[in-house]
Design a protein. Sequence first.
Length: 367
Amino acid sequence: MSLWEQAKAELIDIIEWTDESSDTLVWRFPRFDNEIKNDAQLIVRQAQAAVFVHQGKIADVFGAGLHRLHTGNLPVLSTLAGWKYGFDSPFKSEVYFVNTRNFTNLKWGTRNPIMVSDPEFGPVRLRSYGTYVLRVNEPARFIKEIVGTNGHFTLDEVTDQLRNLIIARFGDLLGESKIPVLSLAGNYNEFSTLLTRKIAPEFAEYGLELTKLLVENISLPAEVEQALDKRSSMGIVGNLDNFLKFQSANALQAAAENPGGTASAGIGMGMGFAMANQLGAMAAPQPKPQEAVHPPPLPGQATKYFVGKDGKKAGPFDEPAIAGYIRKGAITRQTLMWKEGMADWEPMERFSEFEAVLKSTPPPLPE
């Protein structure tokens, strides 16, 4: 410090801090040889506190307002200094200004995924992130536990430690909750509240107050999310067997009602039977190559029919389904059919079980 700065310091009797930064937590007031004149003025602004440290010990803490520094309002400092005649000469003491406002929108998040056991999916890896708000509510403890003799202490110097603390406690809370993965999104508020209660006492040990903590997201790995999307799509479709049968029946009905003539009807029938054939390939068990002859159906077991048209095979269909197609006109007397036990395909009119349906169904109109 230059001679002019030393002389200027002797004349200055106002101690204050006008914070122009957005991340400073503690700032030590600069004074030559730490000397403070008797009856100096101390200005502490809103959301600030001034901590006096004398001979390495915290002496006094001043809140917001204008304070004149003399023996009457520095009892602890007077006792520590042992002055019998008051502050007739400059005294030495360090003054630390502490920013006590709320620091908002501080980020936290898991660097590595947290492994948890889900009752439905088994072991899964979860990531999470959110925000929190803190403030210094005990300036003396904060300087004693964290700042020490640092003359300029910023938010970045403490947030890494606090972030690690949040992540560690969140991992414990997530594992202990036993909440299924698919139900986590509906419990963000509960997680935020429980996590705040769990961590707040540990922040208080440093003189800090955790005023708010939010869990904004808990996410699964990308590949697991894709699998869940496919599962959701299957859930919307419902029973795949019934869905394909429904689509096949609609195609058959559309082909029968199509006024475009025989050619277009054949195309519609072909599409319908193709879909039904795919259904049969997925739903029906595939016979072994050596099994050329099928035994007759067991008593009470429904007979399965196959339908052939336009060179395509569809089935198996049960008797009510075949009867429905006959009434709609999708299956005629000449449509080839086959059931277990037959040696070859036969026209539908030779199946005696459908004779009553044929008699109740009018023949096609003459062209």
